[in-house]
Design a protein around this ligand. Structure first.
Ligand code: NAG
Ligand code: NAG
Length: 465
């Protein structure tokens, strides 16, 4: 801010001298002499030149009061600092600060989120969008530049959350695939396309699927993104899949350092689980849901009494998570191998196949998955996602609230999230204890800007085996 004030003073001086010149010109018009005109022209040129020079290191204050430091072509939002609350105190678990945050929520039910649909509805300037929102325009380090990552973001309609997530993980050397649900409104589709056009390294999938939870569509959408990303960029080393209501707990630099330790291994959950038989023994079919759901037309994967055949290629099924960190060679294998294609086909009539897909391909060594491993890996030792499942929480407390069996994180979760080795946290709702996400964002930016050494000990000890 100090720098901003200094510069705005200089800026005022420049405009004042410009005004003086104009005044002087008026006063002396009658006595006009060609030398005076020359002098005025020179002064104006100098002023304009000074102004142009200044643009390069000026601090811009934009409509949303986000101060951006623009040095050369590189922008980083300096002030994603939350003013309503002391985030450090929330991360320290201070009870009085949590009360203060809860009070704040009562009087601020509507947040001031950046409105992506509105912003891209009319004419917009991509340079301004990128700088206003604080997207970096060059890699933060050589190490990160030499180890690009690829991401997918799946969303139904949470377009503001998706943009906020993109901004948090965005680096110009990485590649980003956005899959927006076919059911999303035209406004949202349009906004995301326009947003993607503002970047060389972000695209929206050409094919949009109608995602139905519990069905193979969640796998197919990820495979589409993986395939497109493989074509899109030949350099990325790892692929990480995300949903719009998640947020990173590690910076890009930290992810790079950690994934370099993995050295081609995948981070994928894989265990033998009681649910597997229930989900795969009988054929399932999409039928109207039998319990009350949000929409009357909803369909659910429902068990039939037809037995399923054995899995193809002698695959032993393992349960894991929808999410992982997949090496480039594994991604290539999953997209192109015949085993993978046959397995996708076999999963079509199973329940929640997205949790059976990655782990099974990663763990069956007889199909030679690149970067695969045979050890048990689950929520407790797989650092991919901080998520608390209601039925598996075993004494792990949800500081927010459970919604459809998953903990929506709140203020009381921040001290723990802050310390965990997990890469990303799932999930946050913008209308529930909203300052929690704001504070994580503040911390994420701080960690991005202040390069503290990271503790790799845990990851080294805990590599997949
Ligand atoms: C982030 O950095 C700002 C500015 O240095 C500081 O005021 C704030 O307390 C930091 N926040 C956290 C959560 O570390
Ligand atoms: C915010 O809280 C931290 C931790 O409790 C404390 O050290 C710091 O002084 C507080 N900052 C302000 C501006 O109150």
């Amino acid at each position: 801010m100090q720098a901003y004030r200094l510069l705005s003073v200089r800026w005022n001086m420049a405009t004042t001298s410009l005004r003086n010149v104009v005044v002087r010109l008026k006063v002396t018009r009658r006595l006009a002499h060609w030398r005076l005109y020359l002098l005025a022209a020179a002064t104006i040129s100098v002023c304009l030149w000074l102004r142009l020079m200044r643009i390069n290191d000026v601090t811009i204050v934009d409509d949303d009061d986000v101060a951006l430091r623009a040095s050369g072509s590189f922008y980083v939002a300096e002030r994603r600092v939350v003013s309503a609350i002391n985030c450090s105190a929330l991360f320290a678990g201070k009870k009085s600060e949590i009360s203060k945050a809860l009070e704040y929520d009562k009087s601020h039910s509507e947040g001031r989120d950046f409105d992506v649909v509105r912003y891209f509805a009319g004419p917009h300037d991509c340079d301004r969008f990128r700088s206003r929102r604080g997207y970096p325009s060059r890699p933060l380090s050589d190490e990160e530049n030499l180890f690009p990552l690829a991401f997918s973001i799946l969303l139904l309609s949470q377009v503001n959350e998706a943009e906020r997530l993109l901004r948090a993980i965005y680096m110009p050397q990485n590649s980003y695939c956005i899959h927006v649900d076919k059911k999303a409104s035209p406004d949202i589709q349009h906004a995301l396309m326009a947003l993607a056009r503002c970047f060389d390294n972000v695209f929206v999938t050409a094919e949009q699927l109608d995602i139905i939870y519990g069905t193979i569509t969640l796998v197919t959408a990820e495979l589409n993104c993986m395939r497109d990303l493989l074509h899109f960029n030949k350099d990325w080393k790892y692929f990480i899949n995300l949903a719009s209501e998640e947020f990173p707990l590690k910076t890009n630099r930290e992810l790079v350092k950690i994934l370099k330790l993995y050295d081609g291994l995948n981070e994928i959950q894989q265990v033998n689980h009681v649910h597997i038989a229930k989900h795969t023994k009988y054929k399932h079919a999409l039928l109207p849901c039998d319990r009350d759901t949000e929409s009357p037309s909803a369909v659910c994967m429902t068990k039939t009494d037809q037995l399923k055949s054995a899995p193809p290629h002698d695959l032993v099924i393992f349960k894991g998570s929808r999410y992982g960190a997949f090496s480039r060679r594994f991604s290539d294998f999953v997209v192109h191998s015949a085993v993978s294609a046959a397995y996708v086909e076999w999963l079509q009539d199973t329940l929640i196949p997205d949790e059976l897909f990655w782990g099974t391909l990663n763990r069956n060594q007889h199909i030679y998955p690149p970067g695969g491993s045979t050890g048990d890996r689950y929520i407790n030792n797989s650092p991919i996602r901080a998520v608390i499942w209601e039925y598996e929480s075993k004494g792990v407390k949800c500081g927010g609230k459970f919604v459809r069996e998953v903990c929506v994180f709140g203020y009381a979760d921040l001290p723990i999230l802050y310390m965990t080795p997990y890469f990303f946290a799932n999930k946050f709702y913008k209308n529930f204890q909203r300052l929690a996400l704001d504070c994580l964002e503040e911390l994420h930016v701080n960690r991005t800007l202040h390069l503290e050494p990271i503790d790799t000990e845990y990851y080294l000890r805990n590599l997949p085996k």
